[in-house]
Ligand binder design. Structure first.
Ligand SMILES: Cc1cc2nc3c(=O)[nH]c(=O)nc-3n(C[C@H](O)[C@H](O)[C@H](O)COP(=O)(O)O)c2cc1C
Length: 399
């Protein structure tokens, strides 16, 4: 039998195969953050599709860390009942579920949070709204750390099998880690150790707030691809080594921020995307310039199979026995098998193909297909920026 369908342990959690549903914001929660029946249906269906570990879309740990209108909240105990239903739906179909916890940092909008976004430093503007964030004060940093730990505790209360910190894609944790975003000169910046401190304290406080057997995972960037140097594979390797020392149980490797389209390499549906971006706060006069910059970006962000693998190979050696999940452009079963056989990664993490084909993994197992039919048109991504629930919009967006 293919290694892809053999179980693996992530910390003390056993996952039945090597497939992970990478966190995918679904734009399906209530505006107040509660889980809806549509979400439950979506994840029940994905679990029926035999994915070993499912990570729903990122959940915000503080109201001012909310990134999108219909994002799931985990900042208050009132959310636990709904979150528990989500967990039960996945468990009922034999799947495991990890909650991804996020604070948006500067990658949000006044229209979403009702206030200026917070970030490690005020120098870097939100690439979409061009707004400068407020620099976080010491007490705001401490509050954010506590909010992550409390959210982790709620994930445990809701029965989730694991938590994953969103340390990738230019959100708050990723901003602290990045020399591009983090220009602080105090004990939260200025050196790699100091830039790592926020994540370290988030990890340590959350570990205390969780049962011992509950794994903590991280999604982190191998490469920020920001206008000036941010996280690089070498720096990510250093951070990964420190996470192993702290006791991390699994590492998912990704890349990119809202400055580019490296996270979701493929086509750039400029018109659809910009329509949503203007509603979120992109100044109208920027549309023309943004389109030009998308044109320039397109060749660098065009699709490539397994596009984070080369960087992951730099990081893998420091992980030792800690499972590595690789995300980004994993499409063909033969290729996935090679990745596992060569020990480049331990699990295959997938987002867009599962939006189009929730039963893809089952189809792989039954030998009904060898390759995902997703063409990485990125219209699903444009959809969420237009507040449309996630699905395959390859035929066009109703906007
Ligand atoms: C619609 C959409 C929503 C996403 N939401 C999240 C998210 O909530 N958290 C996250 O870490 N990544 C998110 N991503 C990124 C994916 O998890 C994944 O890293 C990326 O799409 C590359 O993997 P793929 O080639 O399998 O799609 C999202 C991507 C898409 C297309």
């Amino acid at each position: 039998m293919s290694t892809l369908f053999t179980p693996i342990k992530i910390g003390k959690m056993e996952v039945k195969n090597r497939f992970v549903h990478s966190a995918t914001y679904e734009a399906m929660a209530l505006e107040t953050g509660e889980v809806t029946d549509d979400m439950i249906k979506r994840y029940s269906n994905l679990a029926k599709g035999e994915i070993g570990l499912i990570t729903p879309g990122f959940m915000y740990v503080q109201p001012l860390g909310k990134a999108f209108k219909y994002q799931t909240a985990i900042y208050s105990d009132e959310m636990i009942t709904g979150l528990r239903k989500l967990v039960e739906a996945v468990h009922q179909e034999g799947g495991k579920i990890a909650f991804q916890l996020v604070h948006a940092g500067l990658q949000t909008f006044d229209a979403i949070t009702g206030q200026s976004p917070l970030a490690p430093s005020k120098k870097i503007r939100n690439p979409m709204s061009l707004k400068k964030p407020e620099e976080m004060k010491e007490e705001e940093i401490q509050e954010a750390i506590k909010a992550f730990a409390k959210a982790a505790n709620r994930a445990g209360e809701a029965g989730a099998d694991a938590v994953q910190f969103h340390g990738a894609h230019g959100f708050l944790i990723s901003e602290f880690l990045s020399p591009f975003f983090n220009r602080r000169k105090d004990s939260w910046g200025g050196s790699d150790e100091n830039r790592f401190r926020f994540l370290k304290e988030v990890f340590q406080e959350s570990r205390k707030a969780l049962p011992d057997e509950m794994p903590i995972l991280i999604k982190m960037n191998t490469n920020d691809f920001t206008p000036k140097t941010g996280v690089t594979p070498e720096l990510a390797k250093k951070y990964a080594g420190w996470l192993v020392e702290l006791g991390i149980n699994g590492v998912e490797l990704s890349c990119g921020t809202h400055f580019t389209f490296h996270t979701t390499r493929g086509e750039i549906p400029a018109d659809e995307f910009l329509k949503g971006a203007v509603k979120l706060g992109l100044p109208k006069w920027m549309k023309f310039l943004a389109k030009l910059s998308f044109k320039k970006l397109a060749p660098k962000c065009s699709f490539e199979e397994g596009y984070n693998l080369a960087a992951a190979k730099v990081i893998k050696p420091v992980l030792g026995e800690i499972p590595l999940m690789i995300v980004g452009g994993m499409r063909r079963i033969k290729h996935m098998e090679e990745v596992l056989e060569n020990k480049f990664a331990d699990l295959i993490s997938i987002s867009r193909p599962l939006i189009r084909e929730p039963f893809l993994i089952k189809k792989f197992r039954e030998g009904k297909t060898e390759e995902a039919s997703c063409v990485s048109c990125n219209k699903c991504l444009a959809a969420i920026f237009n507040n449309l629930p996630v699905r395959c919009y390859n035929d066009g967006l109703p906007v």
